[in-house]
Design a protein around this ligand. Structure first.
Ligand SMILES: [Zn+2]
Ligand SMILES: [Zn+2]
Length: 318
């Protein structure tokens, strides 16, 4: 286990390379944006629950929720994470567009924020500088609980910024990829408007549009993001650790099922360049299975994965 001597009060800007503290209005803007990302979908989720409780809903609302969940999770895991942050496969511009637009609909922040934050997480995993580690507060149960909560959501409020040129010069240099960063808000709004449109048109009413907006839009963002943020919190604290990774990443099956494979964090930190997070066929990794199928269909190619010898080598270190 890595020493916790690096522990700093979480949320304090770290002096490690690539991290710049934010002050004044920049810090306030970041905080306000993060609060909106956390609280607006929560409000939508509560309103959707009220609709469910009152019986004022249609099966289509739940279908819009499920379809939206799939699109957002597939976009984040296959597009933002495995394609862009780790470059684990290649694909056409068309598939790239679909994946990055779907990922933007998750409202987890613009593409540059996501990629720089994530690469920083891998650079400083569970040490000072990791943007969302649950292990930076201390080792007693109260500190661990505080860390778990911090790594789930409040990490987004930290007054610092992950350097674009430091963590993602490749994305910054690409006009094609940067386009999806610039147009982020458009895709978030589209992700909210589409289910509203489908709900409204099929019900011929504003009430139908409202339910579509709530279930396929805000509530979907809330539930899917709660699952996604469990990857940084729960999957760095609870689960099995078949590989020695030098951090606290763990394979957590419930999180992996909800996040299409991302909860297999120990596997992923051991082999970050692999398109799949499962090492065995029976580990739940929907995005890995989908990418393998897309590879067979010729829609994606150059899928990278460790060979059996590399897996065996790393396993022996435990
Ligand atoms: Zn991780
Ligand atoms: Zn990763």
């Amino acid at each position: 286990m890595r020493s916790l001597s690096n522990a700093i009060p979480a949320g304090t800007p770290s002096r490690r390379p690539g991290i710049t503290p934010l002050v004044g209005s920049s810090a306030a803007i970041k905080k306000a944006t993060a609060l909106a990302v956390m609280l607006v979908p929560l409000a939508g989720f509560v309103l959707a629950l009220r609709q469910l409780a009152s019986g004022d809903w249609r099966p289509l609302d739940l279908e819009l929720f499920a379809a939206g969940y799939f699109v957002q999770m597939a976009g984040i895991t296959m597009g933002f994470h495995r394609y862009l942050a780790h470059k684990t496969f290649r694909t056409s511009r068309m598939v790239e567009a679909v994946l990055l637009i779907a990922g933007s609909m998750a409202a987890q922040g613009p593409l540059m924020f996501w990629v720089t934050t994530h690469r920083r997480h891998h650079s400083y995993s569970d040490q000072a500088g990791d943007p969302h580690s649950p292990h930076l507060f201390g080792t007693d149960w109260r500190s661990r609980l505080k860390g778990l909560w911090f790594a789930h959501m409040p990490w987004m409020l930290a007054p610092d910024v992950s350097g674009w040129a430091f963590f993602a010069p490749d994305v910054l240099a690409s006009r094609r990829l940067f386009f999806y960063h610039r147009t982020y808000l458009l895709w978030v709004l589209l992700g909210l408007a589409l289910p509203a449109l489908i709900g409204g048109v099929t019900a011929h009413s504003w009430a139908g549009a409202w339910n579509g907006f709530l279930f396929g839009g805000l509530a979907r963002v809330f539930v899917a993001n709660q699952a996604a943020w469990c990857v940084g919190s729960i999957s760095h604290m609870f689960g099995s650790k078949p590989f020695k990774t030098g951090d606290q990443s763990a394979n957590n099956w419930p999180v992996a099922i909800l996040t299409f494979g991302e909860g297999l964090q120990n596997n992923h930190h051991a082999f970050p360049g692999s398109y799949r997070h499962s090492v065995h066929w029976w580990e739940p990794d929907l995005s890995g299975w989908l990418l393998a199928a897309l590879g067979k269909a010729g829609a994606v190619w150059d899928l990278r994965q460790p060979d059996a010898a590399a897996i065996a080598r790393l396993r022996e270190l435990v």
